[in-house]
Design a protein around this ligand. Sequence first.
Ligand code: B12
Length: 239
Amino acid sequence: METLSDIDQIIEKYAGNKSDFITGYADLTGLLHENYTGYSYGIVIGRKLDYDIIDSISRGPNYEYYLLYKKINKELEALVRQISDELSMLSMESIPVSPTTSDEEINNKFSETLRVDFSHKMAATRAGLGWIGKTGLLISKKFGPRLRLATILVRKPLFLTQKPYNKSKCGKCNICVDLCPANAANGKLWNVDTDRDEFYNPFKCREQCRILSRKNLNTDISICGICVSVCPIGKKIHE
Ligand code: B12
């Protein structure tokens, strides 16, 4: 179990269409929270989101997007568990990291920082899947930000295939910054030494997500997705 094509085969077995996914291996040595001690390598998976639904939310969330968000979370959650089970049959210990926040993670520390112990986006930049855009999203070449991420952490060094991204490739494009209804980003370009809070304010973002979700969906959740929808890189699939 050393190559990406093996992982691709498992993804195909459980998820069906390989072309809806991007995958990469990450060396996360020294970058992880102590909860993950000993598991320094990651298999990172990006699952494409439905393009018609993402196109339809350029001015705010709708019910279809909400359902998609829930469906893909469930699918990815099951997928990383299945991959982890396959790996344990091959005597490879692993930790499947859920795409979304668990109830235990929603504590005081989370409320004060809006940070969890494991960042899928960091794993994704290390796996060479993309860079961080001006509104804090992982931007992949193939799907832009139109994807959801999940990771399986393993102990053994993996066969690294893609070079990590250490800086943004957004250049002068400011579309997501200009169209963000929360004015959550200041337009600064990301690099590995830039903390999230230097260029994007998650509290402003969440507050506006809540307002829009209440207005458009009549629910107390926080989804928006305008920045995902308007990014020009995701507008068509790049092979
Ligand atoms: C908390 C959270 C939120 C918060 C805060 C958002 C934020 N950007 O931090 C709120 C509620 C506002 C939110 C909103 C949304 N979220 Co959210 N959220 C998360 C969650 C659970 C944790 C993020 C976290 O801890 N951030 C803390 C900071 C420090 O880490 P980070 O932003 O993940 O990554 C930074 C660093 O790692 C650093 N970095 C990157 N590479 C490297 C390399 C090195 C060496 C170093 C040192 C650092 C570094 O740069 C990154 C950007 O600043 C993740 C799931 C997860 N566990 O990762 C999803 C996640 C980030 N959310 C996601 C999505 C899709 C959304 C929404 C679109 C959902 C919606 N509302 O409709 C919005 C978009 C908001 C936006 N523009 O970011 C996706 C992002 C997909 C993508 N293409 O990037 C994730 C990854 C979920 C998933 N499984 O796919 N979210």
